[in-house]
Write a protein that binds this ligand. Structure first.
Ligand code: KIV
Length: 264
């Protein structure tokens, strides 16, 4: 199997080939996902909740993500490794470049940042410094306190218009990927078809180019309430490898996420 790059994911989009991705935080799971052929792994700041037991992602530091990225990168042969820039580590383009360097040195190939067109200059600076960027729009968990909770985004006409404009602006600034989280499925489909870059959805319906799940949600071991957009592939498949393969197959066929796992 060949190493996945951003060009691979762009080819998938061009060919209409839907792809599944998943979060990873340690070497054991990263190796398993890589061996199962998951094209991209995200070292998400969700690690604050699922690994550290926090209430939100806000307490995660750049050192935390760098540490988990180095664990993941030692185990991976082919999967593309994305790493999250934590809360307040990209408040200026200078801070973004300095902190992104820590993640790239730890083994990331792409960094992910949450926010709209106010980040365009930061995206341009990162790209100029050789750091590929994945943008993240919709329910961006680092802004939970601004949103007043984990709420679906893009339901009003104004919000939907803003999301479309932000997505286009971030692509034009050089973002190579976009994650859309918890937005109505028809809006996610429209944004996906309007962009040249691959769009990866979570709680965004089946019309995006790819899907991502927090691994704990895919295996039914999420502490507390499992989100409506998740599915317990482990209980269906019986073992970890079969669960990952089932997830990839169900994304590829368009069976996951179903309408009941999407928002409208
Ligand atoms: O931190 C994370 O795991 C994420 C995904 C939910 C997209 O940002």
């Amino acid at each position: 199997m060949a190493k996945t790059t951003l060009s691979t994911l762009r080819e998938y989009k061009k060919d209409g080939r839907r792809f599944g991705t998943i979060t990873a935080y340690d070497a054991a799971f990263a190796r398993l996902f890589d061996e199962c052929g998951v094209p991209a792994l995200l070292v998400g700041d969700s690690l604050g909740m699922v690994m550290q037991g926090r209430e939100s992602t806000l307490g995660v530091t750049i050192e935390d993500v760098a540490y988990h990225t180095s664990c993941v990168s030692r185990a991976v042969a082919n999967s593309l490794i994305l790493a999250d820039m934590p809360f307040m580590t990209y408040d200026t383009p200078e801070n973004a470049c300095r902190n992104a360097a820590l993640l790239m040195r730890a083994g990331a190939s792409v960094v992910k940042i949450e926010g709209g067109s106010w980040l365009c200059h930061t995206v341009e600076c990162l790209i100029r410094c050789g750091v590929p960027v994945c943008a993240h729009l919709g329910l961006t968990p680092q802004s939970v306190n601004v949103f007043g909770g984990y709420k679906i985004q893009g339901r009003s006409a104004d919000q939907a218009q803003q999301l479309k404009e932000d997505a286009r602006a971030l692509q034009d600034a050089g973002a190579g990927l976009l994650v859309l989280e918890c937005v109505p499925a028809p809006l996610a489909r429209e944004i996906t078809s309007s962009l040249a870059i691959p769009v990866i959805g979570i709680g965004a319906g089946s019309g995006t180019d790819g899907q991502i799940l927090v691994m704990h949600d895919a295996f039914g071991i999420t502490p507390g309430r499992t989100p409506r957009f998740a599915r317990n592939f482990l209980s269906e498949a019986g073992d970890l490898r079969a669960a990952v393969k089932l997830y990839l197959d169900e994304v590829a066929s368009g069976a996951f996420p179903s309408e009941s796992q999407s928002f409208f």
